[in-house]
Ligand binder design. Structure first.
Ligand code: BG6
Length: 485
C-alpha cells in the first residue's frame, strides 16, 4: 500500500457538533441550537412556541424539520440542548489543535458556523468576533503546519433564515450564502482548501419533510449557490482548491437477481449520484428527468442557473463513508438494520456497530473505484469513523480496540484503491475529538481519538483524554499509512 507523499491525513469536526459557545461571541442561534438530544430509539426533536404561547416539539434531524404554521423555534430553560456547549471546542481549541498536532495531522477538516460570521444576514453585517475566532483557530493550525480544510455549510444555517425567510426554498438564500462564502474566502487567506456544502444530498434522504417539490427546490438552490462559490474561487484564487461533499449513502444489491441490481442502480442514482453528477459535471444527469417525474417535482431552472452550474465544477469530490446498506425487491428478506440516514435490510456478510450500522471496508474500495471511474477527479474521504460506547478507565485511559480495528481495515481498503489507480487526496476521520452525534444527539456515541469527559446531559469536566486509538493513529500517520498494527 502506497499512500502518496503529500497525502492529507487528519481528522474532522463540525462547528455545531463540537464548538458549543452557541450564544457567545456575537453568534446567533442556528438550526441545531433548537435540537434536543435523542437516542437510538427516540428521534431528535426541535422545540418551538406557537403565537398563543403553547410549546411544541417536532422531529428534526440535521437541516430538516417540519414546523407547524405560525410556530417559532424557541429555546426553553428547562430543556437540555446538547449542541449548545457540545464538546466546547470554542474554549478548548488551542489544546485540541495541539493534540491533533501531536497525532501528526496534516489537515484539519472543520466547518465555519455561518451564524458566527453573519449572525443576522448580510445586511446586518459581519460579526468581527466570529472572524477573529476563526483566524485564531487557523493560526493555531498553521503553527503546527496543519492545513485547514474548511466547509462553508453543515446543517447550521442561522435559524432566522428559516423562520423569517422560509429557508433554502427562498432564492434570496443563494445570494446570502454566496456573499457569506465570498467574505470567508477573501478574509481567510490562510485557507487553501475549501468546500461548499457538507453532505449536500441529505435533503434527498431524510424523510421528515415529505414535500418533494420543496426539497428539490431547496437542493437546486444549494447546488446553484455551491457552483457560484466554486466559480468565484476559481476566478479569484486559482491557486486554491474547492470541492463539495456528498453523504456516502452507498448501497449494494442484496441478491444477484437482476431486478435487485436495477433497483440498486436506481437507488444510487437517486440518492448518491444525483448531486455529485451535477456539481462535478456541471449539469443535471439524464436520469434526473425520470426522478423528478416519479416524485412529481417540477423544477424551474433558469438559463442563468444552467450557466452557473456549468461554470462551477468542483476540483475534488468529497464523500463520507461509515457503512453501506442493501437494496432488494424481495420483501421480508432478512432483518432490518439502521445506518447513516439510510436503514434497510441486513447484509448477511457484514458485522454491525453498536448502533446497528454495517461495517464494510471492502465496500469503501469498491465505491472509490466507482466514483473515480465516473468522475476522474481527485477524491477526498472526509468522514469515516465508528460510533461506539467507550469506557474511561480510572487511570484516564480508553481501550478502544474496536475503533482501531475499524480504521485499520478502512485505511487498508483506501491504500489498495490507491494502488489500483484511484486518486485520493486525503482522509479525515470523523469526530477525531468526541462530539455530539448529529443523528441522535448523544455524546456517548463517540467517534474520537480524544475522549471528552462529558455525558449526554452535559455533566462532566470536559477534560480531554487520549484513547488508545490516539497513539495508533499517530503511528499510522508517521509511517504514511504503513504501520497499522
Ligand atoms: C455524517 C454527518 O453523515 O454522519 C456527521 O456528516 C455525523 O455530522 C456523522 O455526525 C455520524 O452520524 P451520527 O448520527 O452518528 O452523528
Amino acid at each position: 500500500m502506497t499512500f502518496p507523499k503529500n497525502f492529507l491525513w487528519g481528522g474532522d469536526i463540525s462547528a455545531n457538533q463540537a464548538e458549543g459557545g452557541w450564544n457567545e461571541g456575537g453568534k446567533s442561534p442556528n438550526m441545531t441550537d433548537y435540537h434536543l438530544g435523542g437516542n437510538i430509539n427516540t428521534p431528535r426533536m426541535a422545540t418551538y412556541i406557537m403565537p398563543d404561547g403553547t410549546r411544541g416539539k417536532t422531529p428534526a434531524i440535521m437541516e430538516c424539520l417540519n414546523l407547524p404554521k405560525g410556530a417559532k423555534l424557541a429555546v426553553f430553560e428547562d430543556e437540555f440542548y446538547p449542541n449548545h456547549k457540545a464538546t466546547d471546542f470554542y474554549h478548548h481549541y488551542k489544546e485540541d489543535i495541539a493534540l491533533f498536532a501531536e497525532m501528526g495531522f496534516k489537515v484539519l477538516n472543520l466547518t465555519l458556523s455561518w451564524a458566527r460570521v453573519y449572525p443576522w444576514g448580510v445586511e446586518k453585517g459581519i460579526n468581527k468576533q466570529g472572524i477573529e475566532f476563526y483566524h485564531n483557530v487557523f493560526s493555531e493550525c498553521k503553527k503546527y503546519n496543519i492545513e485547514p480544510l474548511v466547509h462553508l455549510y453543515k446543517y447550521d444555517m442561522p435559524a432566522f433564515y428559516i423562520t423569517e425567510k422560509g429557508g433554502w426554498r427562498n432564492r434570496e438564500l443563494i445570494d446570502e450564502f454566496v456573499t457569506f462564502a465570498q467574505t470567508a474566502v477573501n478574509e481567510f487567506q490562510e485557507v487553501t482548501y475549501w468546500s461548499t456544502f457538507n453532505e449536500i444530498n441529505v435533503l434527498q434522504a431524510i424523510a421528515i419533510e415529505k414535500d418533494n417539490q420543496a426539497n428539490y427546490e431547496k437542493l437546486h438552490n444549494q447546488l446553484v449557490a455551491s457552483a457560484r462559490v466554486v466559480k468565484y474561487v476559481h476566478d479569484n484564487y486559482p491557486q486554491k482548491k474547492i470541492g463539495c461533499m456528498v453523504a456516502g449513502l452507498f448501497t449494494h444489491a442484496l441478491t444477484c437477481d437482476p431486478l435487485d441490481e436495477a433497483a440498486n442502480q436506481k437507488q444510487m442514482q437517486d440518492i448518491y449520484y444525483y448531486c455529485a453528477d451535477t456539481f462535478v459535471r456541471g449539469h443535471y444527469p439524464s436520469y434526473a428527468q425520470r426522478l423528478w417525474k416519479e416524485l412529481g417535482v417540477n423544477l424551474y431552472i433558469s438559463e442563468q442557473d444552467r450557466n452557473d452550474l456549468e461554470n462551477g465544477k468542483v476540483d475534488f469530490l468529497e464523500f463520507s463513508y461509515y457503512s453501506s446498506n442493501v437494496i432488494t425487491t424481495h420483501k421480508n428478506e432478512g432483518q432490518g438494520v439502521s445506518g447513516n440516514l439510510l436503514g434497510g435490510f441486513k447484509n448477511p456478510y457484514l458485522q454491525v456497530s453498536d448502533w446497528g450500522w454495517a461495517i464494510d471496508p471492502a465496500g469503501l474500495k469498491y465505491f472509490m473505484h466507482e466514483m473515480y471511474d465516473r468522475y476522474q477527479i481527485p477524491l477526498f474521504n472526509c468522514e469515516n469513523g465508528l460510533g461506539a460506547y467507550d469506557t474511561l478507565e480510572e487511570n484516564g485511559t480508553v481501550h478502544d480496540t474496536y475503533r482501531i480495528a475499524y480504521h485499520k481495515e478502512h485505511i487498508k481498503a483506501m491504500g489498495e484503491a490507491i494502488d489500483e489507480g484511484v486518486d485520493l487526496m486525503g482522509y479525515t476521520t470523523w469526530g477525531c475529538l468526541d462530539l455530539v452525534s448529529a443523528g441522535t444527539g448523544e455524546i456517548r456515541k463517540r467517534y474520537g481519538f480524544i475522549y471528552v469527559d462529558v455525558d449526554d446531559k452535559g455533566n462532566g469536566t470536559y477534560r480531554r483524554y487520549k484513547k488508545d486509538s490516539f497513539y495508533w493513529y499517530k503511528k499510522c500517520i508517521e509511517s504514511n499509512g504503513k504501520d497499522l498494527d
